[in-house]
Design a protein around this ligand. Structure first.
Ligand code: DI6
Ligand code: FE
Length: 397
């Protein structure tokens, strides 16, 4: 048993509906689990005692939507846009998502891991203990599989739990431009079978948009995923309201992500299914989007709200979950309680993980310990990292 005492503990439990704050408290760890949480006065001082000096303890943070593995970068494209180039100019110069696909295909597994690690390390340095990583920049069978193997490898070489998502339905590669059905059959479905057989897939995702895959195409992909017993989630209503979120909710989706253009039917369907709405303020900011996600409607209907970085080279080159909290508050007017809940309890739910995201006896001992006294400070500051330490599965890292 290891007791962490003299702490302010934000349990983030559903019962409190907020931070579930306890001052002058202690948390007892037993192996990789939380054994007890209570007032200092009630806990007998154990042999293994760490005095946290009044620091704040929260659940380890969870980034539930990232594309952190990719080849190359798009900085030059960013520069060209600011110098006045159009999207077409950039495409002609070899830019856009297909430039990332070319660079990702050219990377072997070691290169994929090595180029992702600085981004992963930036997230871990801010208290992340669970990280979702998607495929989707290979768009051929071997590269999509390699991306998920690289994701698993990141979970071995770093102290973090990695959750993998099959996102072969991200874009149509040029070699299949005239054969959408062929791509879905040969890569999205055949690859899903192979990756699943290798134990590489924790969930299946897709980009449902005019420029990507239709609601009908995604529905067929989801039917296959569900037949394999895999949970689904969707990039939905990011640029337009196609009705993807309602379809995903009918398939029991864990989450629908982006959802700036989500309409009333989508909100109702997500509420009925208990589907989490994952808001991605980094993409909203980068694209200078003006359409806000329907947050008041989601609150009224009881759709749980999560926040994530969407770390990707095109629309959200963001590797800070703390800045994401601040953007959630400042851009979306979420309360600091909603922001922190969105990267703990609700983010865990968006990944289908019932053993974390909350501090309670029996759950995983994944903690973030902060040099602040009140949790609102985590959303309030801009570009400041007050992390003192992370605890992953009961181990200080
Ligand atoms: N939504 C996005 O904003 C990114 N992918 C997605 O599904 C864009 C990806 C890129 O431009 O690299
Ligand atoms: Fe995304």
């Amino acid at each position: 048993m290891h007791i962490l005492g003299n702490a302010t503990i934000a349990r983030m439990d559903a019962e409190s509906g907020g931070y579930g704050l306890m001052e002058q408290a202690a948390i007892t760890l037993d192996g990789d689990r939380i054994a007890a949480i209570g007032p200092m006065s009630a806990l007998p001082p154990g042999s293994d005692f760490t005095d946290l000096g009044g620091r704040l303890v929260t659940p380890g943070l969870i980034d539930c939507h990232t594309h952190v593995i990719f080849g190359g970068d798009r900085a030059r494209e960013f520069e060209m846009r600011l110098e006045g180039a159009s999207y077409e100019d950039i495409a002609r110069a070899g830019g856009g998502i297909l430039s990332t696909v070319r660079a990702t295909r050219a990377a072997d597994l070691g290169q994929m891991v090595a180029s992702a690690l600085p981004r992963v390390d930036a997230l871990l340095a801010e208290g992340v203990t669970t990280l979702e990583i998607k495929s989707g920049y290979g768009l051929d069978l071997e590269t999509e599989l390699r991306m998920l193997r690289a994701a698993r490898e990141i979970g071995r070489v770093r102290k973090v739990s990695v959750v993998t998502t099959w996102l072969a339905a991200h874009a149509l590669p040029p070699e299949y431009a005239a054969d959408r059905a062929g791509y879905i059959r040969d890569v999205v479905i055949a690859g899903m079978d192979r990756a699943h057989a290798e134990g590489l897939i924790d969930a299946v995702d897709g980009f449902c948009e005019g420029i990507a895959f239709s609601v009908a195409e995604m529905e067929a992909i989801f039917a296959h995923a569900r037949a394999l017993g895999l949970p689904v989630k969707l990039h939905a209503e990011q640029l337009s309201d196609l009705g993807g979120a309602a379809m995903a909710a009918r398939h029991g989706a864990l989450s629908c992500d982006h959802i700036e253009y989500l309409g009333p039917d989508g909100v109702a369907a997500m509420a009925a299914a208990g589907t989490v709405g994952v808001l991605l303020p980094g993409a909203f900011y980068t694209l200078r989007e003006t359409q806000f996600p329907p947050i008041a409607e989601m609150r009224a209907a009881g759709v749980p709200i999560a926040l994530a970085t969407d770390c990707n080279p095109g629309t959200s080159p963001l590797t800070s979950l703390l800045l994401t909290l601040n953007m959630g508050a400042t851009l979306f007017r979420l309360t600091p309680t909603e922001c922190l809940t969105g990267v703990t309890r609700t983010a865990a739910r968006a990944l289908g993980l019932a053993d974390r995201g909350v501090l309670a006896p029996g759950l995983r001992a994944d903690l973030a310990i902060w040099n602040v006294t009140h949790p609102a400070e985590l959303s309030y500051r801009i570009g400041f990292n007050p992390l003192h330490a992370r605890v992953l599965g009961g181990e200080f890292v």
